[in-house]
Design a protein around this ligand. Structure first.
Ligand code: AHR
Length: 480
């Protein structure tokens, strides 16, 4: 019998760890979100209504934009006003980027989603002046050249920018810098991310690639005082290797378990990067921002290799749940995360095919986990429900939410737990499962993997349920 109870001093699970990432890559922004004013696909101000409605349902707290690698070749002035200047998207397929979707369209997206801004600035090929001007354009409410330009483009009031990233993967696609060089660049560029208005901009420094602990050490030693967050990028590759990633849909039981093992590496990465941060910042003022995470497979056959389009199965659902559980366990340091990416790219929430769209198993996990947003973390020792169950719990508004993932491929598991009071009401009991772990949604069968009701037996303070194989579930119970 597992007892689940609040502990005093527990951290709050910041809703921002459910953040999304939308890069100018493949069909994420164009088609996935933006269809333009002249489109026959139903839209509001150019943003497709079906996708926005689905994303609102999972309570997207913020969207990171415009990249990714694209951020370090993005010149924002080409994407405002009536004369947009096309460019070549050299990282992602070498296609022509029209710049039709720019700053104004991004803030319209946030407005429709009721989400916060996380903009990633250009250090790799940009200038300090360009970054300075973008901040002025977006956030200054005074008579100054860029603020006036914004007004001429139809926006009187400044917008609110909650987070601003200074460079992306500056150790790689964002400039191939060494850590000390980037630390100096960061210090200089962030100086001109001016704080105009009453809402401060939180500044995020480019952090490490996976287990590059030296990068974190140098950044924290040389620049911690100038940052509010330090990022971390880690992708789950089934083999752990970039050259043979494997198929999204066709995997063996061995590959299922290996993929989940690779996903669990996130715990070690956060623990070790967090340990370095603790030495330099014991008060945990600087957040660890995991602003790129998720599965990365070989692209779907017949698609542009530069577009990173892949399908999503219950394996991805399990990776999402396991990773979110890890973020919960580290809620005292991990303040934001952004799954890569929101639509049509990598571990997406949504896939589109022209006017058609579907939600993925990963989307349903984000739905199941909305109950944990801004809830108090409730600690449970790892493996509380046995080695095959990965679990997390939280408390909010008089109710406990417990999410459980059965990583066994061939066995259901009976689960029983006790809460510190009589259970009054089952507010949610839903499971995401299917006959096969490779099950996924297609445009012809978009509901093949969907949430279903999960029977729960309640007896006083105790709850009992049976978790099917390779399934993810959430139960939310109010207590007296
Ligand atoms: O998410 C796809 C790419 O992965 C991003 O552009 C880059 O930052 C990372 O390497």
């Amino acid at each position: 019998m597992i007892r689940i109870a609040r502990v005093s001093g527990a951290p709050v699970i910041d809703r921002r760890i459910y953040g999304q990432f939308a890069e100018h890559l493949g069909r994420c922004v164009y088609e996935g979100l933006w269809v333009g004013e002249g489109s026959a696909i139903p839209h509001r101000n150019g943003l497709r209504t079906d996708v926005i409605q689905a994303l609102r349902h999972i309570k997207v707290p913020l969207v990171r934009w415009p990249g990714g690698c694209f951020a370090d070749e993005y010149h924002w002035l080409k994407g405002v006003g009536s004369e947009r200047q096309p460019m070549v998207n050299t990282h992602w397929g070498g296609v022509v980027e029209s710049n039709e979707f720019g700053t104004h369209e991004y803030f319209e997206l946030l407005h429709q989603l009721d989400a916060e801004a996380y903009i990633n600035g250009n250090v790799g090929s940009g200038t300090v002046a360009e970054m300075h001007d973008w901040i002025e354009y977006m956030t200054l409410d005074a008579t100054a050249p860029m603020a006036e330009l914004r007004r001429r483009h139809g926006r009187e009031q400044p917008w609110r920018v909650e987070f601003f990233g200074v460079g992306n993967e500056s150790w790689g696609c964002g400039g191939n810098m060494l850590p000390l060089h980037y630390a100096n660049q960061y210090r200089q560029f962030q100086t001109y991310v001016r704080q105009y208005g009453e809402h401060p901009i939180s500044k995020i420094a480019c952090g490490a690639n996976s287990d590059d602990y030296e990068w974190t050490e140098v950044l924290m030693a040389r620049a911690a005082g100038h940052m509010d967050g330090l990022s971390l990028h880690y992708y789950t590759l089934p083999t752990g290797e970039w050259d043979v990633k494997g198929s999204a849909l066709d995997f063996t039981p061995h590959e299922w378990h290996e993929t989940l093992r690779q996903a669990r590496r996130m715990d070690e990465l956060i623990t070790r990067h967090g340990g370095i941060m603790d030495r330099h910042d014991p008060a945990k003022r600087v957040g660890l921002i995991v602003d790129e995470w998720g599965t990365w497979y070989d692209v779907e056959k017949g698609t542009n290799p530069g577009f990173l389009y892949q399908q999503s199965t219950l394996r991805d659902a399990a990776v999402a749940a396991i990773t979110l559980n890890i973020f919960h366990r580290h809620a005292d340091r991990v303040r934001m995360a952004n799954i890569a990416q929101m639509v049509n790219v990598l571990q997406a929430m949504i896939l589109t095919d022209g006017s058609r769209m579907l939600t993925t198993p990963t989307y349903h996990v984000f739905d199941l986990y909305t109950d944990h947003q801004d809830a108090e973390y409730v600690d449970m020792p790892a493996g509380s429900f046995g080695a095959e169950i990965d679990a997390t719990a939280s408390f909010k508004d008089g109710a406990y939410a417990v999410s459980l993932t059965n990583t066994a491929l061939d066995r259901e598991v009976a689960v029983e737990f006790e809460l510190p009071g009589r259970i009054e009401e089952v507010l949610r009991a839903q499971v995401l499962g299917a006959a096969s772990a490779t099950a996924h949604n297609t445009f012809d069968d978009p509901e093949a993997v969907a949430l279903a009701d999960l029977p729960v037996t309640v007896d006083g303070a105790r709850a009992r349920l049976v978790l099917p194989p390779h399934a993810v579930a959430t139960v939310r119970l109010s207590v007296a």
